[in-house]
Design a protein around this ligand. Structure first.
Ligand code: UDP
Length: 328
């Protein structure tokens, strides 16, 4: 189906116009907030497969913001001028992309192609939300951008990992062949308000369990590592990349690494909970270690994370306290 998106009279001539695909998602909605605060007019596109209108409800009255329910795997056309396209649409939690394997592949492949085509026709800057999953179960640690990764293409996570690897490839092809000003950010584990309580990722899972008196479910023996970045830090890195001359890929994440078991203990400490930890089977192809090397972001963008884990978790826990009992 051909979908035409018409610009609105609210578009303010002098302000940059940004389109955010996945604009009702966790990261997309925070990005919309940041762009609006920088004076952009923002058009958020989302098919609401894993995004939610609650995340952008506070923007409904903002005349520089517009939401359009749109599946970006379908042909995209926007009538007015566009300065930036941020392609953030995708299921992003392991249980989501296991539940929606084909939409995950399609949004990474067809959705990226459509968003790049729109960027080309508008001469807009294009920012791709890529992921640490392009490194798979990494054999290089910490992960630098020039590491090519260790991905199982036919494993259950392959639908996400390979879609994002394809997305990076086609993004660079549009840069090289069509001279589109593209940027690729490789996003490492990020947390904060607006994650879905039940999205299966470790941060909402452990916080939800701690607050509801349930055991914390550590997968495997809990020695696998992750490095958690608070959402405001991540969005700042993305904004800096978008407004820089760099093309990336650039890792954005917090290099403070811990085991999943240590993370469970941190959640118990901060929530003042005595719930037990129980061990469950490790999901297939679960990466054993993950930590971004952020030297490039430091050197090229002057960026590094500022929010300490306890501070970020306290804000996130406060958000989830308000959502306990919600169905999503
Ligand atoms: N994990 C866990 N218990 C849970 C959910 C996740 O131990 O209830 C582990 C998961 O196996 C992985 C890590 O926490 O090693 C981070 O998982 P998440 O789903 O947040 O994202 P990933 O980093 O794997 O993409």
């Amino acid at each position: 189906m051909r979908v035409c998106i018409h610009s609105n009279s609210h578009d303010v001539l002098s302000s940059p116009v940004s389109i955010v695909t996945g604009g009702a998602g966790f990261l997309g909605s925070h990005l919309c907030d940041r762009l609006l605060s920088e004076g952009h007019s923002v058009v958020a596109l989302d098919n609401l497969l894993t995004g939610n209108m609650d995340n952008i409800a506070h923007l409904a009255a903002n005349e520089k913001f517009r939401f359009i329910k749109q599946d970006v795997t379908e042909y995209l056309f926007y009538e007015g001028p566009v300065d930036f396209i941020f392609h953030f649409a995708s299921p992003a939690s392991p249980i989501d992309y296991l539940e929606f394997p084909i939409p995950t592949l399609k949004v990474g492949a067809l959705g990226t192609h459509n968003a790049l085509g729109l960027a080309r026709s508008k001469k807009a800057r294009f920012v791709l939300a890529s992921t640490s999953e392009v490194y798979g179960d990494p054999l290089v640690h910490p992960q630098t951008e020039d590491y090519w990764g260790n991905v199982n293409p036919i494993g259950p996570r392959g639908v996400y990992d390979e879609a994002k690897r394809f997305a990076e490839a086609i993004t660079f092809a549009y840069h090289r062949s069509h001279n589109v000003d593209t940027k690729i950010v490789r996003i490492f584990n990020t947390y904060g308000p607006r994650m879905r309580l039940k999205d299966g990722r470790v941060v909402p899972a452990f916080i939800g369990q701690a607050l509801q008196g349930e055991p914390l479910t550590v997968f495997g023996d809990g020695t696998q590592t992750r490095s958690f970045c608070y959402v405001s830090d991540l969005i700042d890195g993305i904004y800096r990349l978008a407004t820089s001359k760099e093309h990336g890929p650039i890792n954005i994440g917090n290099p403070t690494e811990m085991t999943v078991k240590q993370f469970a203990e941190a959640i118990l400490r901060i929530t003042d909970s005595r719930n037990p930890i129980v061990f469950k089977p490790l999901p297939v192809d679960d990466p054993k270690q993950r930590r971004p090397d952020i030297s490039r972001a430091r050197q090229l963008l002057g960026w590094e994370p500022k929010v300490k884990l306890d501070e970020g978790l306290e804000k996130t826990i406060a958000y989830f306290r308000g959502r306990i009992g919600s169905t999503r």
